[in-house]
Write a protein that binds this ligand. Structure first.
Ligand SMILES: *Cc1c(COP(=O)(O)O)cnc(C)c1O
Ligand SMILES: [Zn+2]
Length: 446
C-alpha cells in the first residue's frame, strides 16, 4: 500500500506541490505551506482501531525503522521517503513521565512530562530533522542539485541539523546569534562538522539572512517554516495519546518560540481524529517567556492583530524569538483546540524548573516556562482542579547546565532570590564533622 502527501497553501490557494520540490511558500500569496495527506487512502487502509493496533505493534520495535517513534508512523508522517533514504537516530518513543507528587502539590489529577529532550541531540528538534534530512538525502539521490542544508537557530535546530546531516553525508550550514546559545548547543554542530556562522545579531536577524540564502544561493532551508519538520514533530501528539492507552489528557502545555511545534502538536491530534483513532483533542496552552511573547500579546488582544516584538534576553534562549515565522499556524491551532497562551517571567520560569526538579525532573528553562504556565493556569482555575495535564519538555536540562548551576548558586541576574536553590555543604573530612553536617542537613530538610 502506498500513500501520498503534498504541500499546500495554508491560506487555501489552489495548488499542490511535491514534498521533494524545493518550495517553502505559496507562489500565489506568499503564505507558508503545510503538508496534507491523502486521508481517503489512509482511511481505506485501516480504521481507527487498525491504525492504533499497527502503531502499538511497532512501538519501539526492533524491525527497521520502528525503533524510531517517527518512522514507526511513517504512513501518516512521510510516505514519500523510500526506506533506503531514512536517516534516523531512533528519535521519538520518549518517556511520558508521571510526576505524582508534583500533581498533588498543584491539586491536579495527573501531570505527565513528555520527555522530548531525551533524544539523540537532546531536544525535540530531532523528530522533525529526521524527516527533513531523509527527504533531502532522497532528493540528492534522485539528482537534485543541493549543495548544503542550512538553518538559523537558537541552538537546538542547528544541533539536530548538524547531526542528521553528518549521518546522511550532506553538508550543513548553521547560522547562530553569536553569544546567545549555550556551550553544549554550540559544540554540537562544531563536533558534527557543520559550517558554523556566528552572526552579531539575534535569532530573528539570522532567520532573515538564511531565508535570503535559501532563495538566492539554493541551499535547502531547514527551519520550521519548512513544514516537512512539523510532520515529524506531530508524532509527539500521537505518542502522548498512545502512551495514555489512546486516552487523552485534558490539557497539553507546550513552550513556543517560532511556533512551529504547537501547530505540529495540533496537527497530530487532528490527524488522529480524522483517522478515527481518537475522538477529540485536548486543550492546548502555548507558554512563552514574557521577555519574548508576541503570541501572548496577540492573545491578550483576542488575536485581533499580531505584531512582532524585539525579543528581550531570556534564560529560555531557544524561544527568544520576537518575529515567529509560524504565528498564523499557531493561532489556527489554538482556535481549533480552544487553546490559551500564557507568559512566564524569568523568576517564574526558573523557580518552576527548580520546583519540578524536586520531584525528580531536571528541566531545561523552556520546560520551566511551560511549568510556570501550568502553575499560573491552575492557580487561576483555567486548568481546573483534578485535571489531567501533559507538559511537553522540549530539551534536556543537561544542555543548559549553566542555567541550572547559575540558579543554585544564585548567580542569575534575572532571578534575585531562587526559591529552590540547593548548595553543597563544605565539611572537613572528619567523621564527627560529617555526622553533624548529615543530621543538620537532614533535619533542616524535614
Ligand atoms: C525550538 C525549541 C522550542 C520552540 O519550538 P518552536 O517550534 O520554535 O515554537 C522550545 N524549546 C526548545 C528547547 C526548543 O529547542
Ligand atoms: Zn496561498
Amino acid at each position: 500500500m502506498t500513500f501520498s502527501a503534498w504541500f499546500q497553501c495554508i491560506a487555501g490557494c489552489a495548488g499542490r506541490w511535491s514534498l521533494t520540490e524545493i518550495r517553502y511558500r505559496c507562489p500565489t500569496c506568499g503564505e507558508l505551506l503545510e503538508v496534507a495527506h491523502d486521508l481517503a487512502a489512509l482511511r481505506a487502509a485501516h480504521d481507527g482501531a487498525g491504525w492504533r493496533a499497527l502503531f502499538d505493534a511497532r512501538w519501539r520495535g526492533p524491525a527497521f525503522p520502528d525503533a524510531s517513534g517517527v518512522w514507526g508512523k511513517r504512513e501518516v508522517v512521510a510516505p514519500h521517503v523510500r526506506p533506503e533514504h531514512i536517516v534516523t537516530a531512533a528519535e521519538g518513543g520518549s518517556a511520558l513521565l508521571p510526576v505524582p507528587g508534583y500533581a498533588r502539590a498543584l491539586g491536579l489529577g495527573d501531570v505527565r512530562v513528555k520527555q522530548c529532550g531525551v533524544s539523540h541531540t537532546g531536544s525535540f528538534k530531532d523528530l522533525g530533522m529526521t524527516v527533513l534530512v531523509s527527504t533531502v538525502k532522497q532528493m540528492i539521490a534522485d539528482g537534485a542539485a543541493i549543495r548544503a542544508i542550512a538553518c538559523a537557530s537558537t541552538g537546538d535546530t542547528s544541533a539536530a541539523l548538524a547531526a542528521y546531516g553528518a549521518a546522511a553525508g550532506v553538508p550543513t550550514v548553521v547560522i547562530l546569534p553569536a553569544g546567545k546559545i549555550s556551550t553544549a548547543q554550540l559544540v554540537q554542530p562544531l563536533a558534527n562538522g557543520a559550517l558554523v556562522l556566528a552572526l552579531d545579531t539575534d535569532f530573528d536577524g539570522c532567520m532573515a539572512i538564511v531565508q535570503e540564502l535559501a532563495e538566492k544561493e539554493g541551499v535547502y532551508l531547514a527551519n520550521s517554516m519548512n513544514s516537512l519538520r512539523l510532520e515529524g514533530q506531530k508524532t509527539v501528539a500521537m505518542e502522548i495519546a498512545q502512551q495514555l492507552g489512546w486516552e487523552l489528557p485534558d490539557w497539553v502545555v507546550i513552550p513556543g518560540g517560532n511556533l512551529g511545534n504547537v501547530s505540529a502538536l495540533e496537527a497530530g491530534f487532528r490527524t488522529m481524529i480524522e483517522l478515527g483513532m481518537i475522538d477529540r483533542a485536548p486543550r492546548i496552552c502555548v507558554a512563552q517567556a514574557a521577555n519574548a511573547s508576541p503570541l501572548y500579546q496577540a492573545y491578550r488582544r483576542g488575536f485581533a492583530s499580531f505584531a512582532p516584538v524585539p525579543a528581550q534576553t531570556t534564560l529560555a534562549s531557544a524561544i527568544q524569538i520576537g518575529n515567529p515565522v509560524s504565528w498564523k499556524k499557531a493561532v489556527r491551532a489554538l482556535e481549533r483546540t480552544d487553546g490559551v497562551v500564557a507568559a512566564a517571567s524569568e523568576a517564574e520560569l526558573a523557580d518552576a524548573a527548580g520546583r519540578a526538579d524536586r520531584y525528580g525532573l531536571f528541566t531545561c528553562p523552556h520546560t520551566g516556562v511551560a511549568l510556570a504556565a501550568l502553575e499560573q493556569l491552575t492557580a487561576a482555575g483555567t486548568i481546573a482542579a483534578g485535571s489531567r495535564v501533559v507538559v511537553v519538555s522540549t530539551a534536556s536540562g543537561l544542555k543548559f547546565a549553566d542555567f541550572k548551576i547559575g540558579y543554585h548558586e544564585a548567580r542569575l541576574a534575572a532571578v534575585a532570590a531562587p526559591r529552590w536553590r540547593n548548595q553543597p555543604v563544605a565539611v572537613a573530612a572528619r567523621y564527627a564533622d560529617v555526622r553533624d553536617a548529615l543530621w543538620r542537613g537532614l533535619d533542616a530538610a524535614a
